[in-house]
Ligand binder design. Structure first.
Ligand code: ATP
Length: 319
């Protein structure tokens, strides 16, 4: 292989730039040229493709977002869109593609691979919602952003003796809420994977209040429901003054943590190793701190679950 491509797709996540840098530098280290495809699969179809040299990825390792920009592209889900994409890649003489993104983006990589075009996926999403890998690029940074925000809210919660409901990202996956809740000593964590009854939550809040607790923090993953509605219900049922903060998009951006930069560097480099070895239809990940890879099909068929022991621990520590 003499020339490969790289794109980012789906939601941006901090560390994607570090992954792009790793792909570019590792490939060039092996004497292979790299082309950046801008705006995900949309840019692939449109031929928004430009050569990246060593310097093009300088000074990005510490930046959030993605220098290649990202997009969602319905057309790439069609046979016609995929054929157009492969035509563009062939036009530029690009012999394999590395796709950095979430599980939707992996479907795009799989579609290419099924058509005989070499493609490898690198997991980049703040949700940590891909089962085969312990962590996705961006999760650690988003988690630290959430924790910093909750620490600040906690100061106010304590000063005013209030209950705070904090809604964090996670439509289907509660990892961000779970880890943030544990790291921040939240009284209650509400995640889509675990059905905690409102009466139990109310009981716990009342118990804490009765033993003199000055404040309570409840971390809610957006997939459970609206934080605003949950806050209203809690106030009605506990009679405790309750405020709601929806953290929103501040969770997506920011300079990646050391952990995310290192993960992105390791995964990006591994993806290059695989593609240069002639592999296709694979995704890279990290399991017990080892860099691993798996077939996209197998990886995506693994049922997602959360670490229930963390949930249980959080409950035991927040009595
Ligand atoms: P996030 O986890 O941040 O949402 P994601 O990668 O899961 O990221 P999606 O919007 O699901 O984000 O997918 C990104 C893009 O991948 C889509 O806009 C589309 O271009 C491509 N894609 C998704 N599913 C398929 C599919 N079945 N076949 C081909 N391409 C797909």
């Amino acid at each position: 292989m003499k020339r490969i491509g790289v794109l980012t797709s789906g939601g941006d996540s901090p560390g994607m730039n570090a992954a792009i840098r790793a792909v570019v530098r590792k490939a060039i280290y092996h004497g292979v040229e790299v082309y950046g495809i801008y705006y995900g699969f949309a840019g692939l179809i449109n031929g928004d493709i430009h050569k990246l040299d060593v310097g093009a990825v300088g000074d990005i390792i510490h930046r959030g977002g993605t220098m290649l920009y990202t997009a969602r592209c319905e057309e790439f889900k069609t046979e016609e869109g995929q054929k157009k994409g492969i035509e563009q890649l062939e036009k530029f003489g690009i012999e394999g593609l590395i796709v950095i993104g979430g599980d939707g983006s992996f479907q795009g990589a799989k579609a290419l691979s099924n058509r005989g075009y070499p493609a490898i996926g690198v997991p980049g999403t703040i949700d940590n919602d891909i089962a085969y890998t312990d962590f996705t690029i961006g999760f650690d940074t988003a988690l630290n952003t959430v924790i910093e925000a909750i620490d600040k809210i906690r100061d106010t919660a304590t000063s005013h003796e209030r209950t705070y409901v904090i809604e964090v990202m996670g439509r289907d996956a509660g990892d961000l809420a779970l880890w943030a809740g544990l790291a921040d000593g939240a009284e209650t964590i509400m995640i889509p994977e675990i059905d905690d009854s409102m009466s139990d939550i109310v009981k716990r809040l009342r118990r804490g209040h009765d033993r003199g607790k000055k404040h309570s923090i409840i971390v809610v993953a957006e997939g459970v429901g609206s934080g605003v509605d949950i806050g209203k219900e809690i106030q009605e049922k506990t009679n405790l003054e309750t405020r709601v903060t929806v953290l929103g998009h501040i969770q997506r951006g920011g300079s990646p943590t050391a952990r995310d930069r290192v993960l992105a560097s390791r995964l990006g480099a591994k993806a290059v190793d695989l593609i240069l070895a002639g592999d296709s239809g694979k995704v890279v990940g990290i399991v017990s701190n080892d860099i691993v890879y798996d077939d996209i099909d197998h990886a995506l068929s693994m049922p997602r679950s959360i670490d229930e022991s963390l949930y249980q621990l959080s409950k035991e520590l927040s009595i």
